[in-house]
Ligand binder design. Structure first.
Ligand code: WTA
Length: 671
């Protein structure tokens, strides 16, 4: 393709003029991944995973059984083995003589730093495990972690794992109400939080949300939480509940720095992580220990080509999301990696902060989301050009489809036109990466996640569950169980079966649309259900609709994800207001007021990340004769397209009314 192509290449063009980047001979010669892995895994899938489990994970009692699928769709992997995830992530590296290796280079947003070696981490995690035990936490108890990106966040997760207490990390951007429902669903005994953290140049508070989440509320049973452990980060004043609240630094300082890990069965729950589904109620995705750790370690080693002795790895995800679990905590630490942990935002105090950190720590592997890449593209390539990024040798992308333009920019501007870019597809439910090129083996292709990893069986099928031919499109499915797969939805086995296993007999339905190109490579096309993806964060349309209708002035609401150049999708809400409020919204001032009221209401109910970008007041919503809202038509409106086929509407004039009415609506302010 000529350098100065007059028109920007569209996805279709790129699909036809596919430009693949073969691995360099030098990279291939030293790569962890080998072409034979595909054949080996194909010939003996279970043998492949058993080998990975033995090679990459330390077992207290070795397993003899690889997979038990008799209870499908709940799998058991390595079921008769016993192990401890924290021992694997920390102690065994110290025992192997790597106690002095840096585990974490912490960089606070204000510029404070902390270097934590594996020996330091062993002492810290042991102390924290003893502190939790002193508060009465024992094997099987649930601990909710609501923290910013701090060393303590990693330590708290590992301390839970060390005593066999499943953690449930709740992203710090969720509101008190969202935290309350997750604490209640998990029936947590302890919450670990902080006074606050630094974000965008100022301290933000976290503890007040925990206090509100634990406060009595009409008609709800008393909280199960006995103690709140509070990390001091910002020196802000906090409300204190005597007897319940305990300072982390005091409890940890008082605890012994030696702790015997609690050995658990491979299928012992390691964590619950809530994620948005197609209904209003978030799902507690359950992961267990042995299979999860195996696949995290295996994918982290092979997809990022990690060399623990020499690489500096950095995954920019927050620990509140699954990427932070698998590729900040369990994968890298199980592999004995050295990594960067950064507290703040990419533009504080300046837009080169990330690149400054890459230069400072000589980061060699970077893993981030397409939204971040597109934002950096918008800021301009002069900014990364001002830093030495030559240490980078592998770049990863996750969380949403990456458009070929962003992929090319990432490789050229950040990767100096030489690094492989791996687009990794997976989900909270899959626990670890499922579809991705292997650097050094696969020729990488801009915009495509390409191929299922060795030992993983993925396909694209049509409505009748038939595999589509190359060049065809349909739904992404997984056709064989995999080690890190979810073991269910916490407390709701039926919902687990209905959500993932009922659409296609015997196949796991991921909820993503996909197509195969002429080479058989997979391209992800976004969600096909009511889940939105905003900046790589999963949000449910129904959850936001429920939040909107819980406000007094709203009679009905419909939410759609509209395409957005930077964030992938943006939340757009259509609302019908009650009585006089509809008139109030008819004036420009009133409309702005209503927008603000509703946006802050959603922030309170769910969190600022769920705030609609635009709220459009309408008189009617398009519904089928059976009363189902036709979101497809609303998406057409939100994306300023001609409205598609509306013949199944109960009242076909509704769309004309909506389109006409929108002329009087003003878009809301953008965050
Ligand atoms: C989307 C994040 C395209 C997808 C790890 C999936 C992607 C959802 C990719 C899971 C990718 C994730 N290309 N889409 N490389 N990675 N997705 O649970 O829609 O937060 O179903 O897990 O993100 O989001 P989750």
């Amino acid at each position: 393709m000529p350098e100065n192509e007059p028109t920007a290449p569209s996805l279709e063009n790129l699909l036809h003029e596919t430009r693949a980047f073969p691995p360099s001979a030098a990279f291939a010669a030293q790569a962890n991944a080998q072409p034979s892995m595909y054949e080996d895994a194909k010939a003996d899938r279970l043998g492949f995973w058993a080998d990975q489990a033995r090679e990459l994970v330390s077992w207290e009692r070795p397993f003899t059984q690889t997979l038990d699928w008799s209870g499908a769709p709940v799998a058991k992997w390595f079921a008769d083995g016993t192990l401890n995830a924290a021992y694997n992530a920390v102690d065994r590296h110290v025992e192997a003589g790597h106690g002095d290796r840096v585990a974490i280079h912490f960089e606070g947003e204000p510029g404070d730093t902390r270097t934590v070696t594996y020996a330091d981490l062993q002492r810290e995690v042991s102390r924290a495990a003893n502190a939790l035990a002193a508060l009465g936490v024992t094997k099987g108890d649930r601990v909710v972690i609501y923290l910013p990106m701090l060393v303590e966040s990693v330590v708290a997760m590992l301390a839970c794992a060390r005593i066999g207490a499943p953690h449930s990390v709740v992203f710090g951007g969720f509101s008190a109400d969202a935290l309350r429902s997750r604490i209640a669903d998990a029936e947590a005994k302890v919450v670990v939080t902080a006074d606050g953290g630094y974000r965008r140049g100022a301290p933000s508070a976290l503890k007040p949300a925990v206090d509100a989440a634990l406060a009595p509320k009409d008609g709800e049973p008393a909280t199960t939480v006995e103690h709140v452990l509070v990390v001091r980060r910002t020196e802000q004043d906090v409300e204190w509940t005597e007897g319940r609240d305990v300072w982390w630094h005091e409890a940890v300082a008082a605890a012994d720095d030696v702790h015997e890990p609690v050995w658990v069965d491979a299928e012992h729950p390691l964590f619950i992580l809530y994620t948005s589904g197609t209904t209003g109620k978030p799902k507690g995705i359950l992961h267990t220990t042995g299979g999860y750790l195996t696949q995290c370690a295996s994918t982290h080693k092979n997809v990022f080509d990690l060399k623990a002795e020499s690489d500096v790895y950095w995954c920019t995800a927050d620990i509140g999301w699954v990427t932070g679990h698998s590729y900040v905590v369990y994968g890298p630490l199980t592999n004995g990696a050295t990594q960067v942990l950064y507290e703040g935002t990419p533009d504080t105090p300046h837009r080169g902060r990330w690149w400054e950190l890459v230069e400072k720590y000589q980061v060699s592997i970077l893993y981030t989301a397409p939204t971040a890449i597109r934002t950096c593209m918008k800021w301009g390539e002069d900014i990364p050009a001002g830093f030495d990024l030559s240490s980078l040798r592998v770049l990863g992308s996750v969380g949403e489809p990456i458009n070929p333009e962003a992929w090319m920019w990432y490789r050229r501007v950040v990767g100096g036109d030489t690094t492989p870019v791996v687009d990794t597809w997976w989900q909270t439910e899959t626990g670890a990466i499922m579809i991705s090129p292997l650097p050094g083996v696969t020729a990488t292709k801009p915009g495509s996640a390409q191929v299922a990893l060795p030992g993983i069986a993925a396909d694209v099928v049509d409505d009748e569950a038939h595999s589509v031919p190359d060049g065809g499109g349909g739904y992404l499915v997984l056709s064989e169980p995999w080690p890190a797969m979810l073991r269910g939805i916490w407390g709701d086995l039926q919902r687990f079966k209905d959500t993932y296993w009922s659409r296609f007999e015997g196949l796991y339905f991921a909820g993503d649309g996909a197509k195969k190109d002429e080479d058989g490579d997979i391209w992800l096309l976004g969600r096909v259900d009511d889940v939105m993806n905003v900046s790589g964060h999963r949000l449910s349309t129904t959850e936001i609709e429920s939040a909107l209708v819980s406000h007094d002035i709203v009679a009905e609401a419909a939410v759609v994800g509209a395409a957005d150049e930077t964030t992938g999708q943006a939340v757009v809400a259509f609302v019908i207001l009650r009585g006089e409020h509809a008139e109030r919204a008819g004036t420009p001032d009133g409309a702005a007021q209503v927008q603000e009221e509703l946006r802050s209401h959603v922030a309170k109910e769910i969190g600022p990340i769920a705030k609609p970008r635009r709220i459009l007041v309408v008189a009617e919503l398009p519904k089928t004769r059976s009363g189902k809202i036709m979101r497809r038509l609303l998406r057409d409106v939100a994306e300023n397209r001609a409205v598609g086929d509306a013949t199944t509407l109960a009242d076909s004039s509704v769309m004309d009314l909506i389109s006409a009415g929108l002329a009087t609506n003003k878009p809301g302010s953008e965050d």
